[in-house]
Design a protein around this ligand. Structure first.
Ligand SMILES: [Zn+2]
Length: 359
């Protein structure tokens, strides 16, 4: 059997220079400036016998250290250590300039430019699949997005509605999706109740913008657009599902909703990725395995629409490493399904190959 060429559909290489200095709270500024301080706090907690908390703080230190890397290439190199050398990575930038915390030290055009240089780097460039990003409030004419797609030849678009805009924002509906559908470019979007949120965006609104159903008008108008709802609904909804909470098996649970929407076959453009969520591996893998191995039409559709992704370096906050999760996943799902979600499906979603007809 030839070896698998993995495509990790969801990673980040942006650094603290791409984040407003006062995000999320101005009082955290000193902590962000001196990551060593976090390490010191972890040490004090360990000394006081607070081991689980000390462990969490230590992981926060690892996370901050990653974010404090000098450039995107340094982050990528740390990521590459976890995967076979032929692995490819969809790199997703972030625009945090319009979330009410001031301008980040480095602008989005500069972030795009650096990512473009990374994708042409003689050492690591071949492993990088660069995506562009847009916050419609920061780029109402979508000019920077058009520059990234037309001049820098980026391979897709990432959006993050939780920051404070709807997926059917007029800028996206009129200037972004028509172009993407015409040029066969995929869309990646954050779909979890956790993550970054605009300062003036309430939880209620952030959840409304992030809800899988918020994409119904988009899919109706752009049936050929390939939309990936990242994180398979997210940690919170998986936890609630597993604990059989009040939304168990109901439409309010985003994990259930995504499975039902994809399984129905009514939305062939809808995809999902398992990034971040599956880093709580032991809790969720039995369920994922059952969903992906189901011998039903819905199961087959879900297998054909699930993407392998990790969400590095957000995962530095979790106990298991990228490598550990990747191997466990391959082991638990079996070679055939792992190959489908990590090699074949990403190529179809990226528009590199067309979908095979399955019997
Ligand atoms: Zn992410």
């Amino acid at each position: 059997m030839p070896d698998i060429r993995i495509t990790n559909c969801h990673v980040h290489t942006f650094t603290t220079r791409h984040v407003p200095v006062s995000y999320p709270f101005a009082f955290l500024r000193p902590l962000k400036k001196v990551p060593q301080l976090v390490r010191f706090i972890a040490w004090v907690l360990a000394m006081l016998g607070q081991h689980p908390l000390a462990e969490k703080v230590r992981r926060l230190y690892d996370f901050q250290k990653e974010a404090a890397a000098p450039d995107q290439k340094a982050v990528l190199r740390n990521l590459q250590r976890h995967y076979p050398s032929n692995t490819r990575y969809v790199v997703l930038p972030m625009d945090l300039s319009a979330i009410g915390h001031g301008a980040p030290p480095v602008s989005l055009p500069d972030q795009h430019d650096e990512l473009s240089r990374l994708s042409h780097d003689p050492e690591v460039g071949a492993s990088v699949i660069p995506f562009a990003t847009i916050d419609p409030r920061a780029d109402p004419q979508a000019t920077e997005l058009a520059r990234a797609l037309d001049d820098l030849h980026f391979k897709g678009v990432k959006i993050y509605p939780r920051l404070g805009f709807a997926p059917d924002d007029p800028v996206l509906m009129e200037r972004v999706y028509p172009k993407m559908q015409a040029e066969n470019l995929p869309l990646m979007t954050h779909c979890s109740r956790g993550g970054v949120q605009g300062r003036d965006t309430t939880d209620y609104m952030a959840n409304r913008f992030t809800d899988p159903r918020a994409y119904l008008p988009v899919m109706q108008k752009f049936p050929d657009l390939r939309i990936c709802l990242a994180h398979f609904g997210g940690q919170y909804d998986w936890k609630s599902y597993v604990k059989a909470g009040p939304d168990y098996d109901r439409a309010e649970n985003w994990q259930v909703q995504i499975r039902k929407m994809i399984g129905s076959g009514d939305y062939p453009g809808l995809w999902t990725d398992i990034s971040y969520t599956l880093f709580h591996f032991e809790d969720y893998i039995p369920f994922l395995r059952l969903f992906l191995t189901a011998d039903t039409e819905a199961g087959e559709r879900l297998r054909a629409r699930t993407l392998f992704g990790s969400d590095f370096y957000m995962t530095r906050q979790e106990a298991l490493s990228e490598k550990a999760v990747c191997f466990r996943l391959r082991n638990a799902l079996g070679e055939e399904i792992f190959r489908q979600i990590a090699e074949e499906n990403p190529r179809i979603w990226l528009g590199e190959i067309t979908e095979p007809t399955r019997s």
